[in-house]
Design a protein around this ligand. Structure first.
Ligand SMILES: Nc1nc2c(ncn2[C@@H]2O[C@H](COP(=O)(O)OP(=O)(O)O)[C@@H](O)[C@H]2O)c(=O)[nH]1
Ligand SMILES: [Mg+2]
Length: 463
């Protein structure tokens, strides 16, 4: 008797026929994931009509027939709130979609005419595109799998600068008062863990990105669970290992170390096993301009966080991930978002800066033979390009509406095409203003190079 296919097997067969593509969108909080996915869905739904997707050959050649939302295969993953996002953008005045936390998913069924459309006319192809939105913060946890509680404790504060350290000071004082050998007091550990989580959140609010553990920032349904009630112990050294590991299980040290292990095994690993490993392609969004605006300590912190985050894509021979899960991604895109914040002639510099920021991880990816493309884009373009004539010289400028509703004409400044040096920071030649989204879109949302990203991520599946 023939057995019905399991879902995994059915998925595999689908994928083998090029009928299914699992595309994940990630990036740290506020990098622009929600805007990107909203615009992506919006463009594909308007393909062939109002959408401007000239850089996507299937659209340019009129072969992209449209896309429809269909029910998603993973019922346990929340649905990406596309309608809510579009409602926010269509409001009067328009506003940006509310931030989302955790992972979400949406399935589109895309219809297209293949380039060699078979023997009979009207032959159409279909691609099931599964889109995932998940927080880049979760990827910052990968290195936790390659370390242990003691090493983590000694490393956590090592890389922090003065401003970041100041934000952690209160927690640090409380944690330093704990005696690792004393019997653990549940309530006390919970309180200090909460202080640690608060310090991480404060650091994120202040523009820092390199923060661990990632779930402390976006706990989702784990908020308040003991698995999140741990923190590093300051003042430990690797030389203390023998003494610490001999402590009884009820001690402060052993309790925190056990929770750390639980977090590794039951939070970090399942994410890689259940989700990450199954994505075919991913795009990593980076708010380079925001970091540039926030100053040197934040900018360097972003560089560190990105280096950590990108380890998740490095499947080189001896990488932690490949040893654990043997994942597979056949393509990766990295994009500097919100490019509409600078004038168009700055866009190549923005891409160059993104590549400079990711230079080391990009080298490793190339070595591991993962095809990567770097680009700059605006998922939802909020500004228009103008020219101003000043003392007989024409210079480009942007017009946009601030969040308070004020119309502004400005030149935001030059983007450095290499990692900014002390001189750049001293001049502070960059002014970042947050803009309102464009007025209520009836057709497709205005964008910059979203079609280039689409071409890289799924163009080859629409041939
Ligand atoms: N001007 C402009 N702003 C954007 C764009 N994409 C995102 N933003 C801004 O960045 C904020 C965070 O974006 P969001 O998509 O919610 O980030 P997420 O946390 O990664 O999902 C938004 O509220 C907007 O203010 C864009 O394409 N253009
Ligand atoms: Mg979001």
């Amino acid at each position: 008797m023939r057995q019905p296919l399991t879902r995994e097997l059915a998925d595999l067969v689908e994928r083998g026929r090029d009928r299914q593509l699992r595309l994940a969108v990630t990036g740290l909080s506020r990098a622009g994931k929600t805007a990107f996915l909203t615009s992506l869905v919006n463009q594909l739904r308007h393909a062939g009509l109002e959408a401007r997707l000239d850089l996507l050959p299937a659209a340019r050649e009129g072969r992209l027939l449209g896309a429809r939302r269909v029910s998603q295969p993973d019922l346990a993953v929340p649905r990406f709130p596309y309608d809510q996002a579009m409602a926010a953008l269509a409001a009067e005045p328009p506003h940006w979609p509310a931030p989302t936390r955790g992972i979400s998913e949406l399935r589109l069924s895309i219809r297209y005419r293949p380039t060699r459309s078979g023997l009979w006319r009207g032959d159409t192809g279909q691609l099931a595109l599964d889109l995932f939105d998940y927080p880049g913060e979760w990827l910052l946890d990968l290195p936790l799998l390659g370390t242990d509680y003691l090493r983590w404790s000694t490393q956590v504060l090592a890389g922090a600068g003065a401003q970041r350290r100041a934000l952690m000071a209160e927690w640090e004082r409380a944690a330093a008062r704990l005696d690792p050998a004393a019997e653990a007091n549940e309530a006390e550990l919970a309180a200090i863990a909460e202080q640690y989580a608060m310090a991480l959140r404060a650091a994120r609010e202040a523009g820092f990105a390199d923060l661990q553990p990632g779930r402390f920032l976006l706990p989702g349904d784990l908020a308040g669970a003991p698995v999140l009630q741990f923190f590093p112990l300051p003042g430990l050294a690797d030389g203390d290992r023998e003494r610490l590991e001999a402590l009884p299980p009820e001690s402060v040290y052993a309790t925190l170390a056990a929770r750390f292990r639980h977090y590794q095994q039951h939070i970090v690993k399942p994410f890689y096993r259940d989700h990450f490993r199954r994505f075919d392609r991913q795009i990593v969004l980076v708010d380079v301009l925001g970091a540039l605006n926030a100053g040197p300590e934040r900018f360097e912190d972003l560089a560190r966080a990105l280096a950590t985050l990108m380890q998740s894509f490095d499947y080189g021979k001896r990488s932690l991930l490949s040893r654990l899960f043997a994942p597979r991604i056949d393509r990766l895109a990295i994009a500097a978002t919100k490019a509409d914040h600078v004038t168009p002639e700055q866009h190549p510099r923005l891409t160059a800066l993104l590549e400079a920021l990711l230079a080391e991880p990009l080298k490793d990816l190339r070595y591991a033979n993962v095809p990567v493309k770097a680009l700059s884009l605006a998922s939802i373009r909020a500004t228009d390009v103008h020219e101003v004539v000043h003392q007989g010289e024409r210079t480009p400028a942007l017009r946009g509406t601030t969040l308070d509703g004020e119309s502004l004409l400005l030149f935001p400044g030059e983007v450095p095409s290499r990692l900014p040096d002390a001189d750049f920071w001293a001049r502070q030649g960059f002014a970042f203003t947050a803009f309102r989204p464009p007025p209520s879109p009836h057709g497709a949302l205005p964008h910059i190079r979203l079609d280039a990203a689409l071409d890289w991520l799924l163009g080859d599946k629409l041939r």
